[in-house]
Ligand binder design. Structure first.
Ligand code: C2E
Ligand code: MG
Ligand code: MG
Length: 382
């Protein structure tokens, strides 16, 4: 209110009625525009200059007081009528300018910021990915990969039935590379085939050691689409099963629906050969692809793994509960083993047990761990 009086005051002393009206109207429009610019002004000041509301209000008050003083001084002159209009127009122009600058600069700052952030992100991602991709072949020969094993627990006996083998790539600088990230990168080239071969030979050797130490255990290995295009995959697996004295039925290969889609004929042929050998075939992340039912019907499966996105919150989410229950019913009726992934609490474990889920896997039961730690686990369980 005092500011409005301060604004209006000079115009009250103007004698020409028309000029007085125009000046007051312009000033009011100016105030409205300035008020409109307040929010973007605040955002800019806060974000770019780290200013709060208080600093902005002080700045605007100073501006208005200065403006009032200036106008009052101008109006002290009795013949200032013609000048009034010019000042009012300049003020309006100034206000419009400030308002527009505030509005558009916020928009362009946002735009520039988004573009820069995106470019930065892409540049970073590309550079990191390029480096990772280039280092992948060497990582195999230099033995940089590690294998972790996550137990699959029988909820009735609470014993470990099998372990899923999950690859890790520890970095010398301590940074983390998510498994799915580098696997995704490796899948873009033939290097995934070499990684899978390393995983198969290393984990089967480890399983052989566990068997030799009297632990009855089966193994699950994740494989990729490209692996299913390699004609010698079956003989490679057969050779390593034989050399480590492992029964084919103690090995299950996990594939995801999306992997099979593009290379159906070749994949089917290899999967059939693997089944003939006696190796189990599991459909991983079941329900996340777009034609899960087709694959159930067409692939030579022995197992399905209910994706953890359905297990999450199933204890209070009726839809998740219904999906899990139906998948279990369907799988059991089709003679498949059904495994629930991502079991994170006791309630989920209890519910899944009541629903006759054959095996449970998840952080609640055990996280993936190196072979030495699993050794301790197995010895304690005895
Ligand atoms: P996946 O085969 O579905 O493996 C399960 C993933 O869920 C693993 O992530 C595991 O650590 C994580 N997990 C297990 N229980 C829980 C839980 O209770 N809560 C949560 N939030 N997560 C849980 P990881 O090890 O990061 O692997 C990610 C994916 O990378 C795997 O998904 C698999 O598709 C792929 N992958 C891992 N190892 C290999 C490999 O040796 N070869 C290939 N081709 N793919 C692999
Ligand atoms: Mg898996
Ligand atoms: Mg999975």
């Amino acid at each position: 209110m005092p500011y409005i009086v301060l604004f209006a005051h000079p115009f009250l002393s103007v004698h020409n009625k028309m000029i007085k009206t125009i000046s007051i109207t312009f000033t009011l429009i100016g105030i409205v525009l300035l008020a409109q610019a307040l929010k973007p002004a605040y955002s800019i000041c806060k974000r770019e200059l780290n200013w709060g509301w208080r600093s902005l209000v002080i700045l605007i008050s100073l501006f208005i007081v200065g403006y009032g003083v200036m106008i009052t001084a101008l109006y002290q002159s009795p013949n200032a009528d013609a000048f009034d209009l010019v000042v009012a127009i300049i003020l309006l122009g100034g206000s419009v300018f400030v308002a527009l600058v505030m509005k558009f600069s916020l928009r362009s700052i946002n735009k520039i910021r988004d573009i820069t952030r995106l470019e930065h992100h892409h540049a970073l991602l590309d550079e990191r990915n390029r480096t990772l991709l280039a280092r992948l072949p060497l990582a195999i020969t230099e033995n940089e990969f590690e294998l972790h094993y996550q137990p699959l627990i029988d909820p009735t006996t609470k014993s470990i039935h099998s372990v899923e083998c999950l690859i890790r790539w520890p970095q010398t600088d301590g940074s983390a590379v998510a498994t799915s990230d580098f696997i995704h990168l490796a899948e873009q080239s033939h290097v995934i085939v070499d990684i899978t071969r390393w995983v198969i030979s290393t984990s089967l050797k480890q399983l052989g050691l566990w068997h030799a130490n009297g632990h009855k255990l089966a193994l699950q290995i994740n494989i990729s689409t490209r692996d299913l295009n390699e004609l010698d995959l079956v003989s490679y697996i057969s050779k390593h099963l034989h050399s480590n004295k492992i029964k084919p039925s103690d090995l299950t290969l996990e594939i995801t629906e999306n992997q099979v889609i593009n290379h159906q004929t070749e994949c089917f042929k290899i999967l059939q050969q693997l089944r003939h050998l006696g190796v189990g075939i599991s459909l991983d992340d079941f329900g996340t692809g777009y034609s899960s039912m087709t694959w159930l019907n067409q692939l030579p499966l022995t197992q399905i793994k209910i994706d953890r996105s359905f297990v999450i919150g199933m204890e209070h989410n009726k839809k998740h509960m219904a999906i899990v229950q139906s998948t279990l019913d369907l799988g059991i009726k089709m003679g498949l083993d059904v495994i629930a992934e991502g079991v994170e609490n006791a309630q989920q474990a209890q519910l899944l047990k009541q629903m006759n889920c054959a095996l449970l896997q998840g952080y609640y039961l055990a996280k993936p761990m190196p072979a030495e730690k699993l050794d301790q686990w197995l010895n304690q369980a005895r």
